[in-house]
Design a protein around this ligand. Structure first.
Ligand SMILES: [Zn+2]
Ligand SMILES: [Zn+2]
Length: 153
């Protein structure tokens, strides 16, 4: 059930045309961690995502996910990384804090060691941990604003 919930939410995000850059993911983690109540977390989450008009069922799913996550980072991992596409483990996390990878869009599975693109699920390796699938949106939107990102306040 938990895995299906994550899958549905990720599909919902994808259907809304949501493009997540590293800044957005980092901002999400911060918003979620700083919130004092589940409702506040959800409001912060959807504001950060620029999403409006989600149905009640989706919001309820996301809210229950947030309640189960141990930290903002774990919550963001649950939504954006999801379960391991190889073994199905829900312990999968993002590669953001992995020294050799440092990429929040890369999924890592501690159970089986699988490494993949969290967007298109292409298999990656520690030697080449960045998606090179030309169909993947990570390859399409990234060229426009590689500079000029403002520092965090
Ligand atoms: Zn796995
Ligand atoms: Zn990809």
């Amino acid at each position: 059930m938990f895995k299906e919930t994550i899958r549905e939410i990720r599909e919902e995000l994808a259907a809304s045309g949501l493009e997540l850059d590293e800044l957005t993911v980092a901002r999400l983690a911060k918003v979620i961690e700083g919130a004092s109540s589940p409702e506040e977390r959800m409001r912060g989450l959807f504001d950060a995502l620029g999403m409006r008009g989600l149905d009640d069922a989706t919001i309820a799913q996301v809210t229950s996910l947030a309640g189960e996550a141990e930290s903002g980072e774990a919550f963001v991992d649950a939504i954006f990384i999801g379960a391991c596409p190889h073994c199905g483990s829900e312990e999968a996390r993002s590669g953001e804090s992995e020294p050799a990878i440092e990429d929040p869009t890369v999924g890592l599975c501690p159970a089986c060691g699988w490494i993949w693109c969290s967007e298109c699920e292409s298999k990656l390796t520690r030697e080449q941990p960045h998606c090179s699938n030309p169909q993947c949106w990570l390859q399409q939107g990234g060229e426009e604003d590689t500079e000029g990102q403002e520092p965090e306040p």
